[in-house]
Structures are given as C-alpha cells and as structure tokens.
Design a protein. Structure first.
Length: 143
C-alpha cells in the first residue's frame, strides 16, 4: 500500500507525519520596534515585534498562520545599519584581544608568584608585591 500525506501532515493511517522545516528570519531595528522578515514566505513574510523578546513568538505565529506548519526551527539573523555593524565588529575584535590579554596576564601572574615563592617570600609578601590577597597568591603558587 502506498502512503500519502495530505496538507495537514497526516498519513493514510491518521498519524501525524514528522516534518522539521527550518525558516530563516531576518530581524532589523526600526524606530519603535523590530522589523521581522521571513524571505521564504514571500510577500506575506513580514511582521514586527515591540521588543526582542517578542521576535521569536511573532515569527512563529506568522509562519504558523501562513503555512499551517507547527513543527519547525528558526534561524535568526540580526541586521543593523553599516555604521553600527562596523562598531559591532570592532567590539568583537577588542573582546577577543582582551580575552587573549587576560589569559596572558594570568599566566604571567602565576609565573611571578611562583618565582617570588622560590626566592623565599611568604604568601602575604607575594600578595603585597602583586597587589592581591595572600589567598589569591596561594592559588597562583599552587595552580
């Protein structure tokens, strides 16, 4: 026997079929809201949300109304004006540089604490020399 699906996603035996569609959602700021575009829905693939928290719900509602599909994933893409995008990219670069610098500073702090310990300083003296607590000095020496 051949199985056929109807538009509602029910097979010949009345059991729901499993569909896992994925929709690309583009989110852009507008003056007082967030503008939502779902390109795969064509001319009716537009809606808006007052807050970013509402974007997911509004996009899902639109997809459900237009397609009748209730089982799908959303892939959100945030788009901003070019000048803002440039700042966001710079921010990301600085965060990466900061992360790398913090890791390097932590390595050097450990090495300094161990070096001071090897020349006979107490944990309190190491803490004072490095500007940290003696408890933190102990952690650096051990770890």
């Amino acid at each position: 026997m051949r199985f056929r699906k109807n538009r509602r996603g029910i097979d010949a035996y009345g059991k729901p079929t499993v569909r896992h569609a994925s929709y690309h959602v583009i989110v852009q700021p507008d003056e007082r809201c967030w503008f939502i575009t779902i390109p795969s829905l064509g001319e009716v693939g537009f809606t808006q949300a007052r807050t970013l928290d509402e974007v997911d719900t509004m996009a899902r509602d639109l997809i459900e109304i237009v397609t009748g599909d209730y089982d799908f994933a959303l892939e959100q893409e945030m788009r901003f004006p070019e000048e803002v995008e440039a700042h966001l990219e710079a921010m990301q670069r600085y965060r990466e540089q900061s992360k790398e610098a913090n890791a390097a500073a932590a390595r050097e702090s450990r090495q300094a604490a161990r070096g001071l310990r090897q020349i006979g300083l107490t944990l309190r003296q190491i803490g004072q020399a490095l500007g940290i607590s003696y408890q933190r000095a102990g952690q650096l020496v051990k770890g």
